[in-house]
Design a protein around this ligand. Structure first.
Ligand code: PLP
Length: 427
């Protein structure tokens, strides 16, 4: 006899997916179907192409058809470790590396195998909290303030974790940050590491935008807390290869038991990451002059464009800092609060919905990133330009360190979107 409808089992994804992201996407599509121009500043995808030498490596390896070892191709694990030693000076070896089909999958798998509370700075990337909920984990948010450029302060972390001192916890720290574009100084990372160490917290350091630090000066918190930090990365952002789905974890020897648990779960789920992609990724992580040049130009473009956008938004009354890495900005429109309220805009979701309807500019409300619904903040992913063309134009100019790359003809669609947005904010 039936004991009731299956629905009453309350699947862990209940309520997830009905997000503002989805709503903005649906509205954008509806506008485009009506023939209107939509400026897509919502999805955080790299605008740049995969470097030619890496595409060529993929071509050469299209015939690779066998399943690979669950932790990844040994030569790729070696290349990832060497890259990490070169870029961050971390003492690691191929044995410490885990390869997965995107870092997102690895972040999730860690939460599945490690029963701990997830500690998240607020704001944080959209997927961390839903992953925790699907894995059945609690989330503890630690507030960050705009006045601190949205960087989590060590004392805020210490007070948030002061209760239940023995509880297993994972601090998920992402820098340069999606959604804020800010990063942490060496001193700040050291202070956070000290709190994590004192509270026996594992640090999951999401450094997927590390190579896109605008000055090429990324530091890892792992250098201050090597025994307790896992570094997450991959090809998606700095190599323009989000759709290739290749992510990396670097775990210290002290956490090899967690690597073993993840490998066990991986062997029962995704088995191994795509073989042609892993072979091609060796070229990307080994690096070469073409990739260095590509990175230098990419950083210059997102740095100059981000600074130009922040300036435009500030002149329209928003509170927003120049970005330091990646391709995001997190403006706070509360300084325009009264005028927005008069226009019937009370929440961050009102803000993005109305702006899309009235200007065609699509971006995401701050509430997607953990901010209170009534705080009128938003995330702008300034990536709706032709990255290949922008690289070619920047390379032709040849003086990319002189600034001014925001004026490249290839960035016109982004400038247009931001001008529309700024005009709309001015009312
Ligand atoms: N972490 C952050 C902060 C991101 O923005 C993203 C992608 O947008 C990811 C992780 C996941 O990257 P991937 O799964 O492509 O490696």
């Amino acid at each position: 006899m039936s004991s009731g409808p299956l629905r009453s089992l309350e699947p862990r994804v209940d309520g997830l997916g009905l997000s503002a992201t989805l709503e903005i996407n649906e509205r954008s599509n509806a506008l485009m179907r009506r023939g209107e121009t939509v400026y897509k500043l919502g999805l955080g995808q790299s605008p740049f192409p995969v470097p030619d030498s890496v595409v060529e490596a993929l071509r050469r390896n299209a015939g690779q058809k066998d399943y690979l070892p669950v932790r990844g191709l040994p030569a790729l694990r070696e290349a990832v470790a060497a890259h990490q030693r070169r870029v961050c000076g971390l003492d690691c070896s191929a044995d410490d590396v885990l390869i997965g089909p995107g870092s997102k999958e690895l972040l999730f798998l860690l939460q599945v195998v490690y029963d701990a509370q997830l500690v998240l700075p607020n704001p944080s990337w959209v997927s961390y909290e839903p992953q925790a909920r699907i894995a059945g984990r609690d989330v503890l948010w630690v507030n960050a303030d705009r006045g601190d450029r949205w960087r989590m302060q060590p004392d805020a972390l210490a007070s948030a974790v002061a209760s239940e001192p023995g509880r297993p916890r994972v601090l998920l720290l992402n820098y340069p940050s999606n959604p804020t574009g800010a990063t942490y100084s060496r001193e700040h990372l050291k202070a956070i590491a000290r709190v994590a160490q004192e509270h026996n917290m594992l640090v999951l350091s999401d450094e997927i935008y590390g190579e896109l630090h605008h000055e090429g000066d990324h530091v890892s918190i792992a250098s201050h807390y090597p025994e307790g930090t896992i570094v997450s990365g991959g090809l998606s952002k700095w190599c323009g290869a989000g759709g290739w789905r290749l992510g990396t974890f670097i775990l210290p020897g002290e956490l090899s038991w967690l690597g073993d648990a993840m490998a066990c779960a991986a062997s029962e789920t995704f088995t191994s990451t795509s073989a042609p992609i892993q072979h091609a990724a060796i070229e990307a992580f080994k690096g070469n002059d073409e990739i260095e040049r590509y990175l230098h130009l990419s950083r210059g473009i997102v740095r100059d464009l981000g600074r130009w956008i922040a300036g435009e938004l500030r002149s329209a009354g928003a509170a927003v800092d120049d970005p330091e890495g990646g391709f995001y900005l997190f403006p706070d429109l509360e300084p325009l609060g009264e005028a927005l309220t008069e226009r019937g805009i009370h929440t961050s979701a009102d803000l993005t919905r109305r702006c899309l309807d009235e200007t065609g500019v699509a971006f995401l409300p701050g509430s997607c990133f953990g901010r209170p619904a009534a705080e009128r903040t938003a995330r702008i992913a300034y990536v709706n330009f032709d990255g290949e063309q922008a690289l070619a134009e920047a390379s032709e100019r040849g003086d990319e360190d002189a600034g001014g790359l925001a004026e490249l003809p290839a960035c016109a669609s982004t400038r247009e979107a931001v001008t529309r947005l700024a005009d709309w904010l001015r009312g």
